[in-house]
Design a binder for this molecule. Structure first.
Ligand code: HEM
Length: 68
């Protein structure tokens, strides 16, 4: 098992995955349930975001646990 990423590393990961389409501030300004995030990330994947199922699950878990 890999070590979980720090908050800083996760933020950099979101920026990398957004690939210039969104700022971190834009993404983090949204507050959704896990199900809503799942639907949103699926839509982003349809738009071309390079996010695999493991990454998607890890991102949602972190979004649910982040400090506001
Ligand atoms: C880490 C990756 C990403 C995250 C967390 C993310 C997050 C979001 C969020 C929260 C919204 C607003 C949705 C709403 O208001 O319900 C959004 C909208 C949008 N995103 Fe992303 N995004 C990501 C990657 C991308 C990528 C790679 C693209 C384009 C290739 C993209 C294109 C769009 C577009 C066009 C919209 C507006 C239309 C819509 O909501 O379907 N996003 N994104």
């Amino acid at each position: 098992m890999e070590k979980p990423m720090t908050d800083e590393e996760m933020e950099a990961f979101f920026v990398e995955k957004a690939d210039g389409n969104h700022t971190l501030e834009f993404m983090m300004s949204h507050h959704m349930s896990a199900e809503e995030w799942s639907e949103t990330l699926d839509r982003m994947i349809d738009y071309g975001a390079d996010i695999n199922p493991e990454e998607k699950a890890m991102m949602i878990k972190w979004l649910m646990n982040r400090k506001e």
